[in-house]
Write a protein that binds this ligand. Structure first.
Ligand SMILES: Cc1cc2nc3c(=O)[nH]c(=O)nc-3n(C[C@H](O)[C@H](O)[C@H](O)COP(=O)(O)O)c2cc1C
Length: 350
């Protein structure tokens, strides 16, 4: 099944409230749709007669070798979508040789997930809370559990309004679930206040502390769509940035990530790692992201579609399927090395 087939199958089997939470975005969901459309607007300029008998999707991220540039984006509460929650995601990602970025809003402890993911293939996402002691504690736990990087999400300083959740389905954290990496010991319904309780006072100056709390782990800042912000993040010590608008879930009509990627790569690509997420649904999208200067991509909703349909097998199939599509697209575009996709492989967007 390709990603679109997983989406249809997941929609058919997922509870309506959980589906609204998964599929929805902020406001009129303009950015949710535009993220997907933006990759499609860019056109490939394939090369011919380049001997593509040996194609490698392998690359390096943060200096470490990886088999595929397709990563699992951090997404909350996998327990909503499969009884094994993040443990199923971890197993599927590991079988697909994909790096798993665990959400701080996971329904499984980061230590349990760490035991299910190989070394070098797990990173920890976090939100910085006003109570810095809570943030420091999770940084220390992530370092102790062998996570290789921290992904600090910065696009959510105030609570957004997701129309589908609020008006149509009244989403909340189900009473049966705990969030052991965000608020250990706190139970629903008090949890929701914490889920939405990120520190609005956060600035670039806070980034250095975060890495220090995790024993110097590399920090990637997630949710950057501008050259000046990317520059300020790297100046403040970030190892890289993730060009992201949270899958259109925070600020509606935010620029699509495929379009924002270029200015961020131009600004910091020479001295920092640039990753991108939002709307990646096909191997050709991954190829375009690499050509535009991203080192890797993260995939959000499609992984959860796979999880909802078939647990670890579904997660594996979505990730391995995207990597296989990438391999085919590379061959057809005259490109054998995912770590060296030329910029001129894509033409200007339509
Ligand atoms: C259901 C859901 C939950 C998410 N939870 C988080 C989260 O906890 N932390 C975070 O940084 N991003 C979160 N995201 C955003 C993803 O990391 C990613 O930026 C986005 O899903 C990429 O877009 P895509 O879904 O089109 O691939 C979430 C996305 C979804 C769909």
């Amino acid at each position: 099944m390709d990603v679109a087939a997983f989406e249809a199958a997941a929609h058919a089997t997922t509870d309506a409230v959980a589906w609204a939470y998964l599929a929805g975005g902020a406001g009129d969901e303009v950015t949710v749709a535009d993220n997907v459309d933006a990759w499609r607007r860019w056109r490939l300029r394939p090369r011919v007669l380049r001997d593509v008998s040996a194609i490698s999707t392998a690359t390096t991220i943060l200096g470490a070798p990886v088999a595929t540039p397709v990563l699992v984006a951090p997404s909350a509460m996998h327990g909503l979508f499969h009884r094994d929650g993040e443990l199923a995601t971890a197993e599927g990602a590991a079988r697909a040789n994909a790096v798993y970025v665990l959400s701080q809003v996971a329904t499984t402890s980061l230590e349990d997930v760490a035991a299910a993911v190989p070394d070098g293939a797990r990173w920890m996402q976090l939100y910085v809370q006003a109570d810095r002691g809570m943030t420091r504690a999770v940084c220390e736990r992530a370092a102790a559990a062998g996570y290789g990087a921290l992904v600090v999400t910065v696009d959510s300083p105030v609570v957004t309004r997701r129309t589908r959740d609020i008006d149509r389905s009244s989403f909340g954290v189900p009473p049966s679930m705990a969030l052991p990496n965000l608020a250990p010991g706190v139970e629903a319904p008090d949890l929701f206040a914490i889920v939405e309780g990120y520190d609005p006072a956060l600035t670039f100056d806070d980034l250095a502390d975060i890495s220090g709390w995790a024993g110097g782990l590399p920090v990637l800042v997630k949710g950057v769509v501008r050259a000046d912000d990317a520059t300020a993040c790297v100046d403040a010590g970030a190892t890289g940035v993730v060009v992201s608008n949270h899958g259109g879930r925070q600020l509606d009509t935010c620029v699509a990530t495929a379009d924002a990627l270029v200015e961020v790569v131009d600004a910091v690509g020479a001295r920092a790692e640039v990753l991108v997420d939002g709307g990646i649904r096909r191997g050709v999208d991954v190829l375009k992201a690499l050509a535009l200067g991203a080192r890797a991509v993260l995939v959000g909703r499609p992984v959860i579609w796979g999880l909802a349909v078939a647990g670890a097998d579904g997660v594996h199939d979505v990730l391995a399927g995207l990597t296989e599509e990438l391999r085919t697209a590379m061959g057809l575009a005259g490109c054998t090395d995912a770590a060296a996709v030329p910029r001129d492989l894509v033409g200007p967007p339509r």
